[in-house]
Structures are given as C-alpha cells and as structure tokens.
Design a protein around this ligand. Structure first.
Ligand SMILES: Cc1cc2nc3c(=O)[nH]c(=O)nc-3n(C[C@H](O)[C@H](O)[C@H](O)COP(=O)(O)OP(=O)(O)OC[C@H]3O[C@@H](n4cnc5c(N)ncnc54)[C@H](O)[C@@H]3O)c2cc1C
Length: 448
C-alpha cells in the first residue's frame, strides 16, 4: 500500500517525537515509525526507569548512612516491588503516545523501516513517500567480539528483571554498568564489573572516579580492571565469564551477564538505497543536521555522527534545530552548548566542560580547586563520606573551564556550573549570587 507524507520520522524517542509533533502543529502530514513500543529509549528503557530505581536506592543508601542518628530498624530493597513501581512509569507510555499522536492526525506505524530509494520508506506492507524524512533511530549496544554472545543480557533486560539474580557480571566499566551495579549490590546481589582498561568511567575526573570506586567497594561491588572479557559459556543454570588478566584466564560464575560496554548508532535501514551517507559513528550531516548526500533527509539524537553527546537533552536540542530547518530550509546552524553528564550511582558523579588534563593541555593559565566535602555541613548532616568537587578556572578570564562533582546533590550542582559556563559567568560574579541556605548550592562560593 502506498501513502505520501510531508514528513516521515523514523524513531519515536525524544528526538523523533519532538520533530513529529512540531511539524504536525504547523499543519504538515506526518508519519512516525518505530520497531519497538512508542516512546523510545529514555522513557521506556533508559533515563526515566533508571531514575525511578535510582531514587529508591538513593533513599536506601541515605538510610544506611544515618541509621542510629534518629532512625532505627531494618530497611530492605524489595526488587520485585521496585520493578512494579517502575512499570507504573513505563507501561502507560506507548499507548498514551500513540493515542495522543493519532488524536492530532499523526499516523503511527510499528515495524522496521528501511529505505527503498531517496524518498521512499518501506514499513511492512506500506511504501511511504516523504517530502522530508527525519532519522531518529537512536543507538544500540556495541557488538562485542567475544564467544557466547547469546548468553549476554542488555540494559533493556536488566530494567525488566522481575527478580534480582544472585550474582551479576557487568561487561565494561561505563556509566550503565556502574549505575546498575550500584542498584543491584544494594538490593543484595553479588556484583562484578569487568573492565578491560585501567580506568573505568573514562570521561569523568579520575580522582573523583577513584573516590567512587572506594564507595563501590564499600557496598560490595568488585571492580576488576584490566580484565578483557573473552567469552561466556553456559554451565547448567550458570554462566561462566572468561576474562584475560595478565595473560591468564580468570573465570567468573554468574547468574546474569549484562552488557555495559557502550553503544553505537543504529544505522541498519538500507541507507545506501536512500543515498544517505554514514560511517560507523553515525549518520553524516552538515551544520543544519541535514544529509549532504540526500538533502531531504535530516537526523537527530544518538544516531548522529556529530560532537553532540548521546544524551536525552542533546537529542531534544538537536530536534529544535531540525524543526527550524525543516520549516525554513537552512535557517539554523547547530552550535552545541556545553553539556553536563551524570552517572546516577549513589553518590552521583557529574561533570561539565573540560577535564583537568584537557585544561592543562590547553595552554590556558589554569587553577584547579579540588576539595573533599565530607566535613562540610551539607555532607556531614547525611554522613556522606564520599563527596568531592574539582573546579577548574581560567585565571586570566576568571571563567570556569570545567567542574566535577561527586555527592548526593551532584546532579543539581552541575547544572549551576553549566549555567555559569554556558553564560560565561565569572567566579567573582557567581560568588555574588545568594542561594537559599542550607542547600548544596549555597556551598558553591566555597568551591570556586
Ligand atoms: C540504560 C540507559 C540509560 C540512560 N540514561 C540516560 C540519562 O540518565 N540521561 C540522559 O540524558 N541520557 C541517558 N541515556 C541516553 C538516552 O536514552 C538517549 O540519548 C536518548 O534516548 C536518545 O534519543 P533518540 O531520540 O536519539 O533515540 P531513541 O530514544 O533510542 O529512539 C530511537 C527509536 O528508533 C527505533 N528504531 C531504530 N531503528 C529503527 C528502524 N529502522 N525502524 C523503526 N524504528 C527504528 C528504536 O527501536 C527506538 O525506539 C540512557 C540510555 C540507556 C540505554
């Protein structure tokens, strides 16, 4: 069956759905396609369900820290109940999204979309012709060159676990492994993270990562560095994960082996037929987020080969640029704002801007202010032993080049530093801001 649209959007996550909705509001005929339930990774299999679990685990950790200081009694995480709570947030999403799109006249298609030619998409029995096509297909776990790959579970599976396995091995030391490990360990699982390099969470400040590793160890997570996973074997009900360490093979027995080794763009949609250039880093685009080889095609989100981080707010930001360019050809150029990243462990680890090493290599005249915070009132009050901040300042301009925070309030603090960097606020100016007290932000002037 053949149909034509002003716009076809492939992928219904943050990137795709914002573009579809905005163009529908301008009166365009729009189709949106997804091969999984509508809503995308963040709402269904990423940030949001993860944050629901994290919230409970955070309360648990805080309780452990302040037990005997006004609160008594045992507290336990009931994994199954936690998962039922999480489902309240995820389960309604696909139907709600589809209904709300259909109500305003956006046509929805479920299934894998592939290009037939430069302006036609095949989706099941349908051939859809699009005046414009937006690719918002997101990312997928990096395929690993190991044996027994069929025994590997993924982040999607972890977020669906009705019962917590006794022993979990995470392959790779990225943010997904650490976030999930912090949940699983506190809920009672034995947890190993196998990382092939000598530094996990590479994007984050090494000093603060070391402190997070101390806390991870304290809650029972076993992080094995320089362990390159070679393969996974099945042994009855268990899995045996084999890793190479110092030329020896080390085996780990696990009930579940979870991939935490990064993600790559999802580009499997016959892009050649659509004359859409790509590399293994994603869809190639110009400054307007438009395909140079097929100008009717634009892309947003994790699937892009640009400097933008594969994060939800970045996909949202990019979709604004794409909408503007769809409505008025080449009207907006992308300039990526400085973007914060947070690891939702307990405590959280956050960063914005330059690392200390980048700042040192930049030939700028820098000052590094690195402080442990556990004796500060905000952290002493909740018995937070592992809290730390590092702020890197350009001494010539007095502007903040980078900030790195570990602690319960790190996610909100990093947003304050993000505002300062994005708007070019100097540390002297920031010190003039009066924040409510006693809050984590009221400490900022002492962090500068
Ligand atoms: C476990 C996890 C935790 C995360 N936590 C955070 C966080 O805390 N903060 C943050 O900012 N980001 C986080 N992210 C990243 C964030 O989820 C992504 O950056 C964001 O969802 C990307 O949105 P998108 O619109 O590009 O793609 P997606 O939301 O991934 O949507 C793409 C959709 O396209 C579909 N699709 C792909 N190919 C086709 C095809 N050929 N035909 C039809 N449909 C197709 C996919 O099935 C998918 O549903 C997390 C990701 C994961 C996996």
């Amino acid at each position: 069956m053949k149909k034509s649209y002003d716009l076809i959007v492939i992928g219904s996550g943050v990137g795709g759905s914002s573009v579809a909705t905005a163009c529908n509001q301008k009166g365009w005929s729009v189709a949106i396609i997804d091969d999984r339930p509508f809503g995308g990774t963040c709402a269904l299999r990423g940030c949001d369900p993860k944050k629901v679990l994290h919230g409970i685990v955070n309360i648990y950790d805080e309780y452990q820290r302040i037990q005997g200081k006004g609160l008594t009694g045992d507290l336990q995480i009931n994994w199954n109940e936690l998962m039922q709570f999480k489902k309240k947030f995820t389960e309604p999403v696909p139907e709600n999204r589809e209904d709300s799109w259909n109500e305003v006249g956006i046509d929805t298609y479920r299934g894998k979309a592939i290009f037939l030619d430069e302006n036609q998409i095949q989706i099941g029995e349908y051939q859809l012709r699009g005046t414009k096509i937006v690719l918002a297909t997101g990312s997928m776990p990096t395929p690993l060159p190991i044996y027994g790959i069929e025994h590997l579970s993924y982040s999607d599976d972890f977020l669906e676990l009705e019962n917590l396995p006794k022993t979990i091995v995470f392959v790779g030391g990225g943010y997904i492994s650490f976030e999930f490990a912090h949940m699983a360990a506190r809920a009672g699982a034995t947890v190993h993270i196998l990382h092939r390099g000598d530094r996990p969470l590479k994007k984050f400040d090494p000093d603060l990562v070391d402190t997070l590793l101390e806390k991870s160890k304290e809650i029972g997570i076993q992080v094995h560095l320089n362990h390159a996973v070679k393969g996974i074997k099945k042994d009855g009900e268990n899995f045996i994960v084999e890793a190479e360490y110092e030329n020896k093979t080390i085996s780990f027995v696990a009930d579940k082996v979870v991939h935490g080794a990064g993600r790559i763009p999802m580009i499997d949609m016959d892009l050649e037929k659509g004359n859409v250039q790509y590399s293994k880093k994603g869809i190639k685009v110009n400054d307007h987020l438009q395909s140079p080889s097929n100008p009717r095609v634009y892309a947003v989100g994790d699937v892009l080969d640009t400097e933008g981080f594969p994060l939800t707010p970045v996909a949202g930001f990019e979709s604004g640029i794409v909408v503007a360019n769809l409505q008025e050809e080449r009207s907006r150029v992308i300039h990526y704002p400085v973007t914060p990243s947070v690891v939702f462990t307990v405590p959280k680890l956050a960063m914005i801007g330059m690392s200390e090493k980048e700042a040192q290599n930049s030939a700028k005249n820098i000052e590094v202010n690195h402080q442990k915070l556990s004796t500060w009132f905000t952290y002493r009050r909740t018995n937070e032993k592992y809290a730390e901040v590092k702020v890197i300042r350009d001494k010539d301009t007095d502007q903040i080049l980078g900030a790195h925070v570990l602690g319960e309030g790190a996610d909100d603090l990093i947003n304050h530093f993000t505002t300062a960097i994005q708007l070019g606020i100097t540390t002297e100016e920031l010190k003039q801001v009066v924040y409510a007290y006693p809050t984590a932000a009221s400490n900022i002037e002492f962090m500068l």
